[in-house]
Design a binder for this molecule. Sequence first.
Ligand SMILES: [Ca+2]
Ligand SMILES: [Ca+2]
Ligand SMILES: [Ca+2]
Ligand SMILES: [Ca+2]
Length: 211
Amino acid sequence: MTSSAGDGDYAAIFVNSTNIWKQLLNDEMLGVWRKSGPIPLTGLSGDVKIYISLKGTNDKNAEFKIKNIKFLNTNIDNDWDDDGVLNDSDNCPEISNSEQQDFDLDSSGDVCDPDDDNDFVLDDIDVCPNTVAPETVPTQTSGLGKNRWALLDATGEFTQAPPKQGRAGLFTTTATKGCSCEQIIVALNLGRGHIKKGCSTGAIEEWINLY
Ligand SMILES: [Ca+2]
Ligand SMILES: [Ca+2]
Ligand SMILES: [Ca+2]
Ligand SMILES: [Ca+2]
């Protein structure tokens, strides 16, 4: 480093926004100043940004160069939960889940995702895990029967077929405790009509009244 030193010039290291090391420069450091030997960066965890700051005061045309920085004995823990999946690609970096199962594919693994099936009902109170929207019952080809209901999208609101279509929001996954029409059909052992045409208003109301 070349500078007219001694008037407040310094070299410093910041971790994120915290200054962890600072060295004022004095006249003896004019010319090429070398900091040899390690500067300890301890207590780092998670993602950190390390900044090296060189400050010159009253130094017109001062020239600063940083050369030959080495990170020694980094000992960085790339797998916090020791499940064999490195933090960067681990969908639950702090809970061991080597299988990386992620039912709703939202990049938050099942073991740390509070709502595994993304139906707006948290796992703790979700009566029907693994809800899928759009549903496979009724089929997309046959469509909903008259006034029947099903989850046709991932909004958490059941869709009703015509002619009374438009009552969207009348039934929600919150009301059904996280259960879709097809899951209600299985739980209530409903017949083929529901499987083919979607849930009747009465069937959904019956289910809601059970919980
Ligand atoms: Ca891991
Ligand atoms: Ca997930
Ligand atoms: Ca859920
Ligand atoms: Ca559910």
